[in-house]
Structure formats: structure tokens, C-alpha cells
Design a binder for this molecule. Structure first.
Ligand code: CA
Length: 229
């Protein structure tokens, strides 16, 4: 049974969320302030955290930042108020995985939670090689070159790239990349994915600051584009 931690100081909302998730057969933990929520997130090992932003004692941002800085990669779904676009962007930058805007429908929330808790198994075959522009990569022999000069890619970079290439054109979430490439390794966060993507860009893109192949899908993750638009 998946365990959900709800960190929300508006008690009627906290109670409604707790009832909803209990009804959906999740094990529910609750906290009404950031500090308690942060401690429960660390000590009780929840599978998902629902995190309000405006909280007493420690803001939702700080909870998120501290957990990620300490290597806790539990999915975090933020609750934001309407019109707080900047807040959402900051929250996602701090390592939250998704958000819903208040007021939200229970159906939407449940769908987001299910999506975050899903641990996808790769169904499609991974490609053995990539030949594009002047890039040649063999994912089996771990050999790569660009313009005939050999490229030094780390094993994780090969794995990450291979997964993205296998999903050509499709946005792959940072969490999914993390699960597939790093699995149960500790001390990695979605930030780790970002770092590897930026290293790959430096090696593969003509202009790493304006990538044409390894595209950021804001608030979601990354997309490999074989066909540039
Ligand atoms: Ca609040």
C-alpha cells in the first residue's frame, strides 16, 4: 500500500485530502506545518508528498529544497493558489515533480498522484545505436564520436541518452529518467538528471545553450528530437 504524506495547514482541506486518499486505499500521514512535515518526510519514508506552499514554521519551498538537498527523491506534488505562476516555476526548480492549482478537483488530484506513483517499466526496445548529424553512438559497445572525433561519455550519460532516444519526440519526466537510469541508488535527485543532461548537451549539441536535440520540457522533463523543427 502506498503511503502519502499531506503537508497542509488549512485543516478542512487537510482533512478532506486525508479522507479522499484513505478512501482510495492509501495509507495517509498528515502534518499542519512545514517543520513537522519535513521531519515526517524524512522519518516515515512516504511514497509521495503533497505539499502546500504557504505553511507555518517552514515554507513549502524550504521543505522541498531541504529534502532534495538531502537526497530525498520522494515525488512531491505541490499545491499552489491560482495565479501563482512564478511560485510554481520556483517550486519545480526546487525539485517538486508536479503541482495542482487550488481549487482543484479530486479527480484531477487523484490522477496526478497515480501518475507520480507509477513506476513505469520500459516496454519498447532500446536502440543499439544513434546516427544523427555528425554524431555516431553505439549504446552496446559504449563508443561515441562526433565529426569523427571520439566523445567521452559516462555510462550514465549513455543510459540516459539511450532512454531519451528510445522515446523520440516524447517528453520523459525527470522522475522517470531518475527511476530508469539511477533506480534505487541513493543520494540522487532530479537535479542529478539536469546535470547529466547539461553535460550531454555540452558534448552533443552544436550550441549547448540553444539545444536542438535535447530539449527541456518545462516543468516536466526532457525530450529528444531527432527531427528538429
Ligand atoms: Ca497554506
Amino acid at each position: 500500500m502506498s503511503r502519502i504524506l499531506i503537508i497542509e495547514d488549512e485543516l478542512p482541506l487537510q482533512r478532506a485530502l486525508a479522507d479522499n486518499f484513505s478512501f482510495e486505499s492509501y495509507e495517509v500521514l498528515t502534518a499542519a506545518d512545514g517543520d513537522t512535515g519535513y521531519r515526517l518526510a524524512k522519518e516515515k519514508n512516504p511514497d509521495l508528498v503533497i505539499l502546500d506552499l504557504m505553511l507555518p514554521r517552514m515554507s513549502g519551498y524550504d521543505v522541498c529544497r531541504k529534502l532534495r538537498a538531502e537526497g530525498v527523491s520522494t515525488p512531491i506534488l505541490m499545491l499552489t493558489a491560482r495565479g501563482e505562476e512564478a511560485d510554481r516555476v520556483v517550486g519545480l526548480d526546487l525539485g517538486a515533480d508536479d503541482y495542482v492549482t487550488k481549487p482543484f478537483s479530486v479527480r484531477e488530484l487523484n490522477a496526478r498522484v497515480r501518475a507520480l506513483l507509477r513506476r513505469p517499466v520500459p516496454l519498447r526496445t532500446l536502440p543499439d545505436e544513434l546516427r544523427l548529424d555528425n554524431i555516431r553512438i553505439n549504446f552496446r559497445s559504449y563508443e561515441a564520436s562526433r565529426n569523427g572525433r571520439s566523445l567521452d561519455l559516462t555510462r550514465k550519460e549513455y543510459q540516459l541518452l539511450r532512454l531519451l532516444v528510445s522515446r523520440d519526440g516524447e517528453a520523459v519526466t525527470r522522475d522517470e529518467l531518475l527511476n530508469e537510469v539511477w533506480g534505487q541508488e541513493t543520494y540522487v535527485t532530479t537535479r542529478t538528471v539536469d546535470t547529466h543532461v547539461s553535460n550531454l548537451r555540452a558534448k552533443l549539441e552544436q550550441d549547448p545553450h540553444h539545444p536542438r536535440r535535447l530539449i527541456t520540457v518545462h516543468g516536466v522533463g526532457y525530450r529528444w528530437l531527432a527531427e528538429s523543427s
